[in-house]
Design a protein around this ligand. Structure first.
Ligand SMILES: [Zn+2]
Length: 372
């Protein structure tokens, strides 16, 4: 028996054990299907579905449009024209409504897909992918994959991974199971990452935004990188954006154009704006809540994922996989490692290089580091 062989076996054993801790809860999709398969839909039936624990959890986990969820489902399920969706003010509400409408119109396909997932989806594929992007000492906690309709994305809430099932049929009808694995793996990475001890940081209210921004960039950036593992990430994102716009129309254009611009060199602009915002905080020009806002408004929810993704990809490309996994749950290390990778590349128009003195100041004042 070669050491190599036994190593491979124990790794696959560990993968099997981790996979056994992942369960799939189809009740959200089943409730939706029985609602739309039963003839005319009454508003009271929609309300009843949204009161089920799985949909309650979804609504609790939403950080936006909580109040309009019932309206979104009602419009999508009781009116036929797509136009009634598009006057929803927030583009994300429009995406949710289109997702619900798609699931209603394609209910037979959705039922078949649910069956395929229950019979054929192998959690080991997710475990293997997620493991590759975590340090060795990370614990594989129990996870419940909660499938539902209308979220139009994935979300992690405690040990629950809330996953929109129709989205995979919409984004990649020819390879929906693979798309679902990517969605689940992204959220599973968030969950397992949470078992690692995070870097200690200052409790100063004025630094809250800096900690938040660097944590988002690290957490989302690495979780985005694993989604496109082994593929040309830029090309894959572009194809995904085209698919989104084709199906979701205008609400998706607004969102995807912004994140595609990040991949077209726009991350340089966002990172330099982030640097300026952080500098103003250190100079005492903004303090307290306005300091937090000055950072969150630069790195708002549409661009934090792609900007973090660009940083993680840079680390992976220039310094290798291990350098990247060592940054998991360590936002300051992520920033330092990115800086090293960006300097190594030596092309500031492709990879923004921060001011070293500022990075050192972040370490000292925000992350209590004295290793400079
Ligand atoms: Zn995420």
């Amino acid at each position: 028996m070669t050491p190599n062989g036994s190593g491979t076996r124990s790794r696959s054993h560990a993968e099997g054990e981790a996979a056994a801790r992942i369960t799939v809860d189809p009740s959200g999709v089943e409730a939706f299907l029985s609602l739309v398969e039963s003839g005319p839909i009454a508003e009271s039936d929609i309300q009843a579905m949204l009161r089920l624990p799985v949909y309650r959890k979804m609504i609790d986990a939403l950080t936006y449009n909580k109040e309009v969820v019932a309206d979104i489902y009602t419009r999508a399920l009781t009116r036929d024209g797509p136009d009634s969706m598009l006057d929803l003010e927030d583009p994300r509400s429009g995406l949710m409504a289109k997702d619900v409408q798609f699931a209603r119109m394609n209910r037979s396909r959705l039922r078949l897909f649910l069956k395929e997932v229950q019979q054929e989806w192998d959690p080991t594929s997710s475990v293997r992918l997620v493991r590759k992007y975590l340090p060795e000492d990370c614990t594989a906690q129990e996870a419940r994959v909660t499938l539902l309709v209308g979220l139009a994305q994935g979300m992690q809430s405690g040990n629950e991974l809330l996953i929109d099932l129709p989205l995979s049929l919409i984004l990649r009808p020819e390879d929906a199971l693979k798309n679902l694995t990517q969605l689940i793996s992204h959220e599973l990475h968030h969950l397992w990452r949470g078992s690692l001890t995070a870097e200690p940081h200052s409790a100063d209210e004025s630094y809250r935004g800096i900690v938040w921004a660097l944590t988002q960039l690290e957490g989302e950036g690495i979780a985005m990188t694993l989604v496109w593992d082994g593929l040309d990430a830029h090309e894959a994102m572009r194809r995904e954006a085209e698919g989104m716009i084709r199906f979701f129309g205008e609400p998706a254009r607004e969102l995807t154009e912004e994140w595609l611009s990040v991949y077209d060199g726009g991350h340089v602009k966002y990172l330099s704006e982030l640097e300026e915002a952080m500098r103003s905080i250190f100079n005492g020009e903004v303090v307290g809540e306005p300091a937090t806002h000055s950072v969150t408004s630069v790195l708002h929810s549409t661009v934090d994922h792609p900007v973090g993704h660009e940083m993680a990809l840079r680390i992976q490309l220039e310094l290798g996989q291990r350098a990247l996994t060592e940054c998991v749950s360590r936002p300051y290390r992520f920033l330092q490692t990115y800086q090293e990778a960006a300097k190594f590349l030596g092309n500031p128009s492709v990879a923004y290089v921060f001011d070293d003195a500022l990075i050192e100041q972040i370490g000292r004042q925000v992350f209590a580091r004295d290793d400079s």
